[in-house]
Design a protein around this ligand. Structure first.
Ligand SMILES: Cc1cc2nc3c(=O)[nH]c(=O)nc-3n(C[C@H](O)[C@H](O)[C@H](O)COP(=O)(O)OP(=O)(O)OC[C@H]3O[C@@H](n4cnc5c(N)ncnc54)[C@H](O)[C@@H]3O)c2cc1C
Length: 531
């Protein structure tokens, strides 16, 4: 039977094992137990573990990671030029200054930063690699999750229990990116590659390359490929907003020259977080002003007479989809140099030697890169069971953007879409630590967000991007007002999550039946008040 612990199933060696009865996992089976189980050793999972080490020193924890390495996104993506598209003062952790000179950093440096953080904070040894978590079942009686992970290096599976499940599994499928169905691909004699599966030995020197897409990955790849390729064409169905920012942050550099990192870093971080918030608010409140600023910025960097409106004026408002950032205007420079051209058109079919467009134009290519996006995946594809029934994520509502209605002792990390991921990830981890400490102080074992009583629901990610719209039905929702509303606003979230009350009418704290019995027994044996 799936989910039942078979005789001889290996257990994760975590220390601190306890006996428990875990219902359908097998009565009386001895399962290893941790207080907090983190799923994923990417930027968020490592950050979560560091926060736990710093703020909840007595808690036992483990990290289960499906892959064989730390880093998640920053280890997976290997295409040329891979880099952050937000500054590292806000993509870095609040507790560990980013000290490299580059504010917009390459994938390798980000990965190194994550690995070094894990080592410095003593969390690396708590990671169990090659463990993909596939399901978790909640027991109200014992106030714990029983979690099953499949080994990705062997065919085995392991089962363990935890009191709190903290999912930091990112937001997309790792096994394959999104590629739309294009006609005629079988006829194409060149190579087709998705950036998520970039072959190590792919030689694109002196080749004619077409990159399909206009998002962050496309604008990163295009100038990088153009350094060696014969020519690169960025083929887009519709344009995105593209904003040029300096690779180095002059204000942060000034501060770093004069102040110790522990002082300069938080100032630079707040400065950039506030600027991002301002830019987003301006886009929402005065989209016309923002559109005009972005258009002026692009025009100034493109060749004279360039058709800016066809290729760089989107039909949507800024921040209805993610803004694309290009460091030091590298994309515009590559266009100016003639090594890159942008074509805005629809693909009719692949041909033997390239792509024929709806306009009739033929693009010749040796290599086609489909920078067409990701497949969203909530909570790492695992299933949750509560009260004997599978949780339908699409029907849950996110409490403070990090817990799910009706799901006890559970949190997930979903970063900002309009600012750096880590700004929110840090706040989520801090909140989980506060919550755990609060529960310990008050003698609670269980915390469960209760669904809001208004029927109004909206998607948790409020972007109009294709990859979001394709998955809206299966993602958790947000409600109309706090604490169910996601404001995507860092200063506001700092107040709510770092300083706000942990107890409100939407969160139910309880004790397990066993804990209640223990308290009753203790009270029965002690003198009553007033005697
Ligand atoms: C190419 C690219 C560039 C980006 N650039 C930026 C940027 O500049 N700024 C920004 O803010 N955001 C950016 N993002 C978003 C980015 O994903 C986040 O910044 C951040 O890396 C997310 O970290 P994470 O740890 O939450 O998720 P991930 O990096 O996706 O890591 C998740 C980890 O969980 C593991 N995992 C998943 N499911 C399971 C499971 N069931 N069991 C066990 N382990 C599991 C994965 O193997 C992985 O190691 C970018 C995303 C991409 C794809």
């Amino acid at each position: 039977m799936p989910g039942t612990l078979a005789a001889g199933t290996p257990r994760v060696g975590l220390g601190g094992s306890r006996w428990c009865t875990a219902g359908r996992w097998g009565e009386g089976v001895r399962l290893d137990h941790v207080d907090v189980l983190i799923v994923g050793a990417g930027l968020s999972g490592i950050g979560a573990a560091c926060h736990l080490r710093r703020r909840c020193r007595d808690k036992t924890f483990a990290i289960l990671e499906a892959r064989g390495r730390i880093g998640g996104t920053w280890d997976l993506f290997r295409y040329p030029g891979v880099r952050s598209d937000s500054d590292m003062f806000t993509l870095g952790y609040s507790f560990r200054p980013w000290t490299d000179p580059q504010a917009i950093a390459e994938g390798d440096s980000i990965c190194r930063y994550i690995r070094e953080t894990a080592r410095e904070h003593g969390v690396a040894e708590h990671i169990r690699f090659h463990h993909r978590v596939v399901r978790a079942e909640w027991s109200s009686e014992h106030a714990r999750w029983t979690v099953e992970a499949q080994r990705t290096d062997t065919s085995g599976s392991v089962v363990l229990t935890c009191s709190f499940l903290f999912v930091c599994a990112g937001y997309y499928r790792y096994d394959e990116g999104y590629t739309p169905q294009f006609r005629g691909t079988e006829r194409f004699t060149g190579q087709i590659v998705h950036p998520q599966q970039w072959p190590d030995d792919l030689d694109y020197a002196r080749k004619r390359v077409v990159v399909i897409g206009s998002g962050a990955t496309a604008v990163t790849l295009v100038p990088a490929l153009a350094e060696k390729a014969a020519h690169v064409t960025m083929l887009q169905r519709s344009p995105s907003y593209v904003l040029s920012l300096p690779t180095q942050d002059a204000v942060a550099d000034f501060l770093r020259r004069r102040l110790p990192p522990t002082v300069a870093y938080p100032i630079a971080r707040w400065k950039n977080a506030l600027l991002a918030t301002l830019a987003f608010q301006l886009s929402r409140r005065a989209p016309g002003v923002m559109k005009s600023l972005l258009r002026k910025g692009a025009t100034a960097q493109l060749p004279d007479g360039y058709d800016v409106d066809t290729h760089f004026r989107p039909r949507y408002n800024p921040w209805d989809q993610r803004l694309c950032l290009v460091p030091d205007g590298d994309l515009f420079q590559a266009i100016r140099s003639g090594r890159v051209s942008v074509v805005t058109d629809h693909i009719e079919t692949f041909t033997e030697h390239g792509i024929r467009l709806a306009s009739g134009t033929a693009l010749e290519a040796d290599l086609v890169v489909t920078a067409t996006g990701l497949n969203l995946l909530a909570i790492g594809g695992m299933t949750l069971r509560v009260a004997g029934a599978e949780v339908d994520l699409g029907h849950t509502v996110a409490y403070k953007g990090m817990m799910l209605s009706g799901v006890p002792n559970f949190a997930l990390t979903l970063g900002y879409t309009n600012a750096s991921w880590t700004l929110k990830a840090d706040l989520v981890s801090e909140y989980v630590c506060r919550l755990l400490n609060h529960m310990d102080q008050r003698g609670y074992q269980v915390c469960t967000p209760l669904a809001p009583d208004t029927p109004q629901r909206e998607p948790i990610i409020d972007l109009q991007s294709g990859y979001v719209l394709r998955s809206v039905a299966v993602l958790p929702k947000q409600g109309p007002t706090a604490p169910w509303r996601l404001h995507q606003n860092y200063p506001r979230d700092v107040l709510l999550m770092r300083h706000g009350s942990l107890e409100d009418e939407s969160m139910r704290f309880t004790r397990t039946p066993a804990a209640v019995r223990a308290v009753d027994t203790a009270l029965a044996g002690s003198p009553t008040i007033g005697t």
